[in-house]
Ligand binder design. Structure first.
Ligand code: PLP
Length: 300
């Protein structure tokens, strides 16, 4: 690992396991822990650091001084990348979906303040960029530049997720995570032992793409995983009254903050599945808190 990355990671908080006490869990005789990747860092939080880590290490080992990636106007991935670039003294370029808004979102404003060059492209063009997967795949890329695909969809991202799984030092049956691109879930599936399972909760509506996308990322043929599509709560940037009141009650009880795009929907869905008897009595569940709390400003 590059010394600058080691130094950065040494400044991080600990991703502890927090046990949740809730009468509902007792009723259904299941146990739930939250793996607190949100505590790693206030900005480079959760799965974004896990997915970036080995990509950054590879970029630095190649001598790259510029990192380029893509995302939406509230992208936690670009936000983390812009901040990390600033800390490491690397130039960053963010390719943003859609026209430049008259008023930058708080996320974009941060990215610009941290020195990221923002390039706005049409939605059609953006979709095209999704085809560029490997670090040198971007057309006209220069030798000093390093390309990261949307969501960090490559084997280096999966390697970072495996590290997370290895940190878990308790017995469990199911590991839950929210899915955007599904890269994080793929990393978990690759790393969890076969007698345990991984359960993804889609944050997007019409997320049928997830199943084949995740499958294509896996390095081995696993079938101990499932993706639940029913808890998008109206779609990626949407919330429902049920979702927001669930999140509010959960945070009141546990002091764990959630975001409405990912972790809120995952836990809302998970609690609903528990109440429907989806899990056998005695099951031990770990839900991954993937961070992303900066995005909450979009809902203020
Ligand atoms: C990006 C993100 C996800 C989704 O990760 P994917 O690897 O794209 O599926 C989940 N939770 C949070 C908080 C995120 O920021």
């Amino acid at each position: 690992m590059h010394p600058e990355l080691v130094k950065l990671e040494q400044s991080f908080g600990l991703s502890v396991l927090t046990k949740i006490d809730d009468p509902l869990l007792d009723d259904y005789q299941v146990s739930l822990w939250i793996k607190r990747d949100d505590l790693l860092h206030p900005i480079i939080s959760g799965n974004k650091w896990r997915k970036l880590k080995y990509n950054l290490d590879h970029a630095l080992s190649l001598g790259a001084d510029t990192l380029i990636s893509m995302g939406g106007t509230y992208s936690n991935h670009l936000h983390a990348l812009a901040y990390t670039g600033k800390i490491l003294g690397l130039k960053t370029i963010g390719i943003i979906r859609g026209e430049k808004p008259a008023l930058l979102t708080p996320t974009l404003q941060d990215m610009q303040n941290w020195g990221m060059e923002l390039r706005f492209i049409s939605r059609t063009e953006f979709r095209h960029y999704r085809n560029y997967r490997d670090w040198q795949d971007l057309p006209d890329i220069k030798p000093n530049e390093f390309w990261l695909p949307e969501g960090g969809a490559n084997h280096l991202a999966l390697k970072g997720m495996a590290e997370l799984v290895n940190e878990i030092d308790i017995e469990y049956d199911t590991l839950c995570v929210a899915c955007g691109t599904g890269v994080t879930l793929a990393g978990l599936i690759d790393a969890v032992p076969g007698r345990q399972s991984a359960l993804g909760f889609a944050a997007l509506k019409h997320a049928d793409f997830l199943q084949p996308d995740v499958k294509s990322l896996l390095s081995k043929n696993s079938n101990n995983w499932e993706i639940i599509l029913d808890y998008h709560c109206g779609g990626f940037a949407n919330t429902s009254l049920e979702l927001t009141s669930f999140m509010h009650a959960f945070t009141q009880k546990t002091s764990i903050p959630l975001d409405p795009v990912y972790t809120g929907k995952m836990l809302y869905g998970l609690y609903d599945l528990i109440a429907k008897g989806y899990f056998k009595p005695g099951q031990r569940i770990i839900a991954l808190h993937t961070g992303g709390l900066q995005g909450n400003r979009g809902y203020a």
